[in-house]
Design a protein around this ligand. Structure first.
Ligand code: G3H
Ligand code: 13P
Ligand code: NA
Ligand code: ZN
Length: 310
């Protein structure tokens, strides 16, 4: 059934696991993710970015998720990823989503509170839940020094006031993850600031925390892409043992997009590179879709721990 994240997060928090929030933008990705979750009896969050909505069209995405709900008997939340303003959040709330993120993290603290509160008031009046964000995710391209880096992490001193004044249902934090397939420089040691997460959890007991930028960038798929005409040298993600540790903590939602892109791309490349005469899209998309399904099954059972929790 189509659900909000309220019950999912409560059970995940208490059970020491996390729900995977996977980005979707076409039929094969929706099918790969939901078939894996369906077979493993795992609750699921399917999330749609502004870019995905622009690519696939809001209605198509909602209907693909409705189809997945007919085919798979699991709870699924349909979530707006990185809503930039009140208007896109409203459009998704009115258009059948059960959860929205208002990403005010680049605003000042007061402006972030203002826009987040406005979204929460509207969302809650319609039975929809809201994710807010405090702190800024680092990027490997941002050549910042250590003190600038520190300034971007979520400040534990701000979280209580933010949650109290906005009424958000969950909070995305910055503790060292980043978006995309290039999260650390070659040779750089991946670090997640679990000490900051712990401080945040002390100030927000029993409150669900969200991790963005949590792809692991499987070197297996990077290698397949490299060997089949691609160029993704030095793609590096978050080590899986760190994500396992996060899943056992107050982190209830772990966002994964890049890992699905890599899985799909590896499959499509492998077919097209090795079989230049192939031109039936089903022939290469089905290999990509199977990779997406394999990746999601691996995440659910080996990283998130959400199998059997539907
Ligand atoms: O956080 C970003 C997600 O990976 C979505 O990316 O805006 O290119 O659809 P996108
Ligand atoms: P990745 O790029 O690490 O998959 O992160 C996705 C994400 O945070 C979507 O909001
Ligand atoms: Na958890
Ligand atoms: Zn994100």
């Amino acid at each position: 059934a189509l659900v909000t994240t309220t019950e999912m997060f409560k059970k995940a928090y208490e059970g020491g696991y996390a729900i995977g929030a996977f980005n979707v933008n076409n039929m094969e990705i929706v099918q790969g993710i939901t078939e894996a979750a369906g077979e493993l009896n795992s609750p699921l969050i399917l999330q749609v970015s502004a870019g995905a909505r622009k690519y696939a069209n809001h209605t198509y995405l909602v209907k693909l998720v409705e189809a997945a709900l007919i085919e798979n008997d699991i709870p699924i939340a349909l979530h707006l990823d990185h809503g930039a303003d009140f208007e896109i959040c409203k459009s998704c709330i009115d258009g059948g989503f059960t959860s929205v993120m208002i990403d005010g993290s680049h605003h000042s603290f007061e402006e972030n509170i203002e826009v987040t509160k406005k979204v929460v008031e509207y969302a809650h009046s319609k039975g929809v839940v809201v994710e807010g964000e405090l702190g800024q995710l680092a990027g490997v391209e941002d050549d910042v020094n250590v003190s600038a880096e520190d300034a971007k992490y979520t400040h534990p001193d701000e979280v209580e006031e933010f949650v109290d004044r906005t009424g958000v249902d969950s909070l995305a934090i910055a503790i060292g993850t980043s978006h995309g397939a290039f999260k650390f420089k070659p040779g750089q040691k991946p670090v997640l600031r679990f000490d900051i997460l712990e401080e945040i959890t002390k100030r927000l007991p029993n409150f669900p925390i969200v991790l963005h930028g949590a792809s692991s960038v499987s070197q297996e798929y990077v290698k397949i892409i490299q060997e089949n005409g691609g160029n993704l040298a030095d793609a590096i993600g978050i080590p899986e043992d760190m994500l396992r540790q996060a899943a056992r903590s107050a982190v209830c939602k772990i966002n994964i997009d890049s890992d699905l892109r890599l899985a799909m791309t590896a499959g499509v490349r492998q077919v097209l590179w090795n079989k230049p005469e192939a031109f039936d899209p089903r022939e290469y998309l089905k290999v990509g879709r199977q990779n997406v399904k394999d990746v999601v099954a691996h995440k659910i059972t080996e990283v998130l721990g959400s199998n059997g929790k539907a």
